[in-house]
Design a protein around this ligand. Structure first.
Ligand SMILES: Cc1cc2nc3c(=O)[nH]c(=O)nc-3n(C[C@H](O)[C@H](O)[C@H](O)COP(=O)(O)O)c2cc1C
Length: 195
């Protein structure tokens, strides 16, 4: 399997990158290829709601930034992992910009009620880190993620949350085991949908 991971933190070596690294290592150990896209390294402007993508080919009409090249790499994935910190009960703004632009992965939305997407039937999973709890905090991001998976007609393979995250140095072997188990769930052919 070719697994694309999206690092949604602005910190390339931060908390989220650390736990994502454990999952990526597990993917590779299981024989999969991993391509990490660090979103902050790309220029991705906000969706301007021109709606061109709803009428055409699964590409974004805004050509002056990196969104189409990133979307192309996402579209080639067999499975997609989004790893992000929680910022103000949501995704960091640069990550939200990409999620909005992923609207262009939907094909023929206006024309065909049975629209297709470039993520259809592909496993999708979420890794989250945050300073607070799940309840009344991270749960909003989790709900948004599963709504996105549903809209993309992808296959939900679960989420992994690290609440009350302080420092990478405080992580334990149990935290690492959770990331490895998440990776196994993402790629297990027999796994049923998880949400
Ligand atoms: C601007 C900003 C907003 C944040 N908002 C929240 C929040 O709403 N809820 C929460 O639990 N943690 C929040 N945090 C804490 C981060 O989610 C947490 O430190 C995370 O692990 C950082 O991951 P990173 O090192 O990969 O960027 C916020 C941090 C920043 C910098």
């Amino acid at each position: 399997m070719h697994i694309v991971t999206l690092l949604g933190s602005p910190r390339r070596d931060g908390n989220t990158a650390h736990v994502l690294g454990w999952a990526e290592e597990a993917f590779r150990d299981a024989g999969h290829t991993v391509e990490r896209i660090t979103i902050i390294d790309h220029q991705i402007g906000p969706c301007v709601e021109c709606l061109s993508c709803r009428k055409s080919s699964g590409r974004c009409a805004m050509h002056r930034d990196d969104a189409n090249s990133v979307l192309e790499r996402i579209g080639q994935a067999d499975a997609l992992v989004l790893a992000s910190p929680v910022f103000c009960w949501g995704f960091p703004s640069h990550t939200k910009a990409l999620l909005d632009r992923m609207y262009a992965l939907v094909e023929n939305y206006d024309i065909n009620p049975e629209y297709t997407t470039r993520l259809a039937n592909k496993p999708m999973g979420l890794i989250l880190t945050c300073g607070g709890p799940e309840e009344g905090n991270a749960e909003l991001v989790i709900r948004a993620f599963y709504a996105m998976v549903n809209f993309m007609k992808a296959v939900p393979r679960g989420h992994l949350l690290y609440p009350f995250f302080r420092r990478v140095e405080e992580l334990t072997v149990v935290d690492r085991k959770r990331a490895i188990e998440f990776a196994a769930r993402m790629t297990a052919a027999e796994t049923s949908e998880v949400s």
